[in-house]
Design a protein around this ligand. Structure first.
Ligand SMILES: [Zn+2]
Length: 178
């Protein structure tokens, strides 16, 4: 693994509202000084906003990201699987720990890509399983809005909570590497 990243994913925003929410979130992060306004070649697979003068605010004093080339923040506002790594995940039920197979997950993920909910009952206990409810390994989150911080020190829990409060939605954090 050469590059580490952390996604902060809004798991409630709809595809329709994501672009406007992403623009507002970006403006706010620029105002705080956490990121710079103009995206540059600072992320893998697309542009990223370089860290701003107050980048350490996001890391709870753990410092600013190292001055690597890949240290930007990508803003994503389309339907995306925010995965923790390149490999396919496996999922367990949070209630009964049943290993949920891809015979169940595959069609659910396809349905979600097509704009549906992708909810399936757990094969073990029958509890309704939304895609973001399974325990994924490595961690995965399904959403239409997210930020990917490349090679930043771990974001503080307070900062992640602040993003969720600003959006008015539940946000989850996914760590991974490429
Ligand atoms: Zn179960």
């Amino acid at each position: 693994v050469g590059d580490r990243f952390q996604h902060v994913v809004d798991v409630e925003a709809t595809a329709a509202e994501a672009p406007a929410l992403a623009a507002g979130l970006t403006r706010w992060l620029v105002e705080l000084g956490v990121i710079e306004l103009a995206p540059a070649e600072r992320a893998l697979g697309g542009p990223g906003h370089p860290p701003g003068p107050e980048a350490a605010r996001a890391t709870g004093g753990a410092g600013a990201p190292a001055s690597l080339h890949t240290n930007g923040v990508a803003v994503v506002s389309t339907r995306t699987v925010f995965d923790g790594g390149p490999d396919d995940g496996s999922a367990r039920c949070p209630r009964c720990a049943e290993d949920v197979g891809w015979d169940v997950l595959g069609p659910a993920v396809d349905e979600w890509w097509a704009g549906g909910e992708g909810v399936r009952p757990c094969p073990g206990c029958g509890a309704p399983g939304p895609l973001n409810g399974w325990r994924w390994e490595p961690a995965w989150a399904f959403g239409c809005l997210g930020l990917t911080f490349w090679n930043w020190p771990p974001l503080s829990a307070d900062f992640v909570r602040e993003i969720g409060e600003r959006l008015g939605h539940r946000c989850v954090s996914v760590h991974g590497g490429r």
